[in-house]
Design a protein around this ligand. Structure first.
Ligand code: SF4
Length: 366
């Protein structure tokens, strides 16, 4: 797994954001290094020493060329640096909060009450990001801090016209006043990823652990549509909602035809998803008919529909074109059977923490 947190030593006292510049063996020179950059001074097998206007920073256990351009959040008293933005990755996500007002059966990151305001650090990190990045925003539930979030998006998008965002939200906190504010933003550069698990409000509310959530998400979707927002609907496929996936496809095409994309997603085995695995995991390799029917229907009605987090060989060959590699690089893994697989380059494999007994009956034979 790619490490997102590195051991460090620094002479700085307070937490700060810095971009690492390692010009080792590169044709670039360090003349364009700014006040928020730290450039490489020395490197050994064990550590790399960087220095900049902020102070000195020793990073352990990493080849400096691998972190060139990375934007780090340094926490001196803890002796760690978090790689907020990895320059060579398309999978950078900023976690706004660990709080959430839902309690989803399969939550990969169960909510916590504590909250630390990271917006000032994240703002700096975005400004230092590589050109043309798309940055993920997630939680917890980011819109619990909606006003700060919209301000953050506004500020960073105005300062960096090349940056786009993908915001994951349960869409429980939008109201009519937000329409005007959203319309003032460059909404073409934000994709709002919003979960809808069923067209049956009771099933949806049970899955997210919040009565009234379905009605609220519908209202929010209407408001976002009115504002002109780009929307990616997200449906994690599970035993409780798989039997009615076709009804959901009909609902999406008739009630939510304005969405830009519908993602049907396989389950992640971590957090509550792991605790509830046996009652939730739906083996789509042997029950693909419900997925195929829903996907065919949605596509026939003009909705771009994709399968996220599906190992390619568990998907029938004629549907693989709808299953892009979506698992983030730092948490993607393959099992031993994948070693000689001809599909490996296109396949997103598994989450690192997926059980070795992966649960797909038709694995490698689809
Ligand atoms: S064998 Fe592994 S690499 Fe090949 S399609 Fe299946 S999961 Fe992907």
């Amino acid at each position: 797994m790619i490490p997102l947190r590195l051991k460090i030593e620094t002479d700085v006292v307070d937490p700060y954001v810095v971009r690492l510049r390692s010009f080792e063996g590169l044709s670039e020179d360090c003349s364009d290094a700014g006040s928020l950059d730290a450039t490489l001074e020395n490197a050994s097998a064990e550590n790399a020493d960087f220095a900049g206007a902020m102070g000195k920073l020793r990073v352990f256990g990493v080849d400096p060329s691998e972190v060139n351009g990375d934007v780090m959040f340094v926490v001196p008293w803890r002796g760690t640096a978090h790689r907020l933005i990895r320059a060579n990755s398309r999978h950078n996500t900023l976690l706004i909060t660990e709080r959430c007002d839902q309690l989803c059966l399969m939550c990969s990151q169960p909510p916590k009450e504590r909250h630390i305001d990271m917006f000032p650090f994240f703002e700096t990190a975005v400004l230092l990001s590589p050109g043309n990045s798309t940055i993920g925003i997630s939680g917890g539930e980011p819109t619990l801090f909606k006003s700060e979030l919209l301000e953050f998006l506004d500020t960073t998008m105005s300062a960096r016209r090349d940056i786009n965002f993908h915001v994951l939200t349960n869409a429980q906190h939008f109201d009519r006043d937000d329409v005007v504010r959203l319309r003032r933003m460059d909404l073409d550069r934000i994709l709002w990823g919003i979960p809808v698990y069923s067209s049956d409000r009771d099933v949806h509310d049970r899955i997210v652990g919040k009565p009234g959530a379905f009605d609220q998400v519908r209202k929010s979707l209407s408001l976002l549509c009115e504002a002109g927002a780009k929307i990616e609907l997200r449906t994690v496929l599970m035993k409780p909602n798989a039997p009615k996936l076709f009804d959901l496809a009909k609902f999406v095409t008739t009630a939510l035809p304005f969405v830009d994309k519908w993602a049907i997603m396989q389950l992640e085995n971590i957090g509550y998803g792991r605790q509830n695995w046996s009652s939730l995991f739906y083996d789509s390799s042997k029950g693909f008919d419900v997925v195929g029917k829903a996907l065919d229907f949605a596509i026939s009605r003009g909705i771009e529909t994709k399968l996220y987090n599906f190992p390619l060989c568990t998907v029938p060959a004629n549907y693989r074109m709808f299953a892009p590699s979506t698992i983030s690089d730092w948490k993607r893994a393959y099992v031993s059977d994948c070693a000689d697989c001809s599909l490996r380059n296109e396949c997103g494999g598994f989450f690192e923490w997926h059980p070795k007994a992966h649960g797909y009956e038709r694995f490698g034979v689809a």
